[in-house]
Design a binder for this molecule. Structure first.
Ligand code: BES
Ligand code: MN
Ligand code: ZN
Length: 497
């Protein structure tokens, strides 16, 4: 996608589409103040917008769309009005929705050029750079649909995006960053949307190595033999039931001072979760190709960090397995020994993600990570607690948790911190081993986090349970069903700071 800036007036814009963001005006509010942008559009079109408004045809509700063709007075043959809601309430996630909805509409046709005009200086509390980053990332994401296996495409990459605004070095950089974030989100969406016949540990690892080579990130892949040498028997226990051997991928980007410590991103990469002998019913298993979203997100984030040349040292560790049933599969009552020696009684083979992360977190700690952030579609309980929009945040360190909350709010993503009192540990006590891999039904997302905590040796660590938002079942106007690439932007924001 080509991006440029232009200060041309609305009537002179000659793109295939001209998207104009307009605020909410209630039907009684005929005298309400409209933006200078709206007055300008109204004037050049001979009052067309004012007439729409007074008939109540376009209210300007958030993400409301109205395509208009062949308006008089304009060079652009198509205009798309998009509602921004009340401008003083237009927080970043809302702006993101309006951008996504409108750009998805124009991306229904192949190789279009689009110019976008937003009310200048009238969007409360957001820097121009944030607005442009949001717009450009949404444009890149909008150009790719979820239907990757369809014979006929339903959406196409946007060829050219013109931001109707004056520019500066800072704004050009924001546009580039937005584009990189959008491309990383698309990598995550693609990996997560691909079926389990297509993406399994070996093919995921191949794809990661190929992307790493493309972006100058160093990459190493551990096969099962190496994983056994590294005593990662908790992860290998999960992998045993599958004909697809396990892998761990390690990526390293050194943008900081060579002797500055690194932050580790650890991703759950269960390429398919059948539940194992604690088999999932069909409905629950249906979406379990998405269970590697944590690993895909860690990969997407380190790629974005490298492409932006962020001045930080980052490593990503992806734990890749398939959780299957076979004569060789791990069993209930079996005891696994993790890399750090902790013995785990398997009480539910469907609580496999934590068994994978246990070893990978240990490994990352042993490699000298200063702090760790793991990403995992870990528990249905987290989806019950927070729904499909919020990511659950669990941490042993208030400072790191706060940094993540700030990064999320700057990225316009929704994160909610959950408690981690030690009393939840009681549920994990076992008779035959150091711990069990599951607690009771109650507080299931928290006991999962308490389990992970046993493998980070007290290092500053945060766990992001993305089971809800990583792969959504109910599409919305601004966000279609399937993989979302959630948390890529937040992680980039975190690493940038
Ligand atoms: N991958 C699932 C969690 C999940 C559920 C992700 C829904 C995305 C959407 C995980 O491995 C799992 O099965 N967790 C169990 C844990 C239970 C056995 C303690 C769950 O949530 O039911
Ligand atoms: Mn499971
Ligand atoms: Zn799982």
């Amino acid at each position: 996608m080509q991006i440029d800036f232009s200060t041309a007036s609305l009537k002179d814009v000659s793109s295939d589409w001209l998207i104009v963001g307009l605020s909410f005006v209630s039907s009684e509010g005929s005298g309400a103040k409209v933006s200078s942008l709206e007055s300008q559009l109204d004037e050049v079109t001979g009052g067309a917008i004012g007439r729409l408004r007074s008939r109540g045809d376009f209210k300007g509700k958030l993400a409301e769309l109205m395509p208009l063709y062949d308006l008089p007075g304009l060079k652009a043959s198509r205009v798309l009005l998009v509602g921004l809601g009340t401008l003083t309430e237009l927080i970043l996630p809302k702006l993101q929705r309006a951008c996504a909805a409108s750009l998805r509409k124009v991306a229904e046709q192949a190789s279009v050029s689009v110019a976008v005009a937003l009310p200048e200086g009238e969007l409360a509390g957001k820097s121009k750079a944030d607005i442009i980053e949001t717009l450009t990332s949404a444009a890149v994401v909008a150009g790719v649909s979820q239907g990757m296996y369809k014979q006929e495409a339903t959406r196409y990459p946007i060829k050219q995006l013109t931001v109707l605004s004056a520019t500066s070095d800072q704004l050009t950089q924001a546009a580039t960053h937005g584009q990189i974030i959008g491309e990383s989100i698309n990598i995550v969406r693609e990996l997560v949307n691909r079926g389990p016949h297509d993406i399994y540990p070996a093919t995921f690892a191949d794809r990661a190595s190929q992307l790493a080579a493309e972006y100058g990130i160093s990459c190493e892949v551990f096969d099962e033999k190496r994983l056994a040498d590294e005593k990662m028997f908790s992860m290998l226990g999960v992998a045993r039931g599958s004909t697809q051997p396990a892998r761990m991928v390690m990526l390293e980007y050194k943008g900081g001072n060579p002797d500055q410590p690194h932050i580790a991103l650890v991703g759950k990469g269960v390429t398919f979760d059948s539940g194992g002998y604690s088999l999932k019913p069909t409905d629950g298993m249906l979406t379990m190709k998405c269970d590697m979203a944590g690993a895909a997100t860690a990969l997407g984030a380190i790629i974005a960090a490298a492409r932006m040349n962020l001045p930080v040292n980052v490593r990503a560790y992806l734990g890749l397995v398939e959780n299957m049933v076979s004569g060789n599969a791990y069993k209930l009552g079996e005891v696994l020994t993790a890399r750090n020696g902790v013995t785990i009684e398997v009480c539910n083979t469907d609580a496999e993600g934590r068994l994978v992360l246990a070893d990978v977190l240990c490994y990352a700690v042993d490699q000298g990570a200063e702090s760790l952030v793991d990403l995992a579609t870990l528990t249905g309980a987290c989806v019950i607690a927070l729904g499909e929009d919020y990511v659950g945040l669990f941490s042993n360190n208030d400072d790191l948790a706060m940094h993540i909350q700030t990064a999320a709010s700057e990225a316009g993503e929704l994160v909610w911190r959950m408690p981690m009192d030690d009393s939840f540990n009681d549920q994990l006590k076992a008779d035959v081993a150091d711990c069990k891999n599951v607690g009771t039904r109650w507080g299931g997302a928290i006991t999962a986090a308490k389990f992970l905590e046993k493998f980070v040796s007290g290092k500053p660590w945060a766990h992001l349970d993305i089971a809800g938002p990583a792969y959504i079942t109910t599409g919305k106007a601004y966000r279609e069903g399937g993989a979302t690439g959630v948390m890529v932007k937040t992680l980039v924001e975190l690493l940038a700071k």
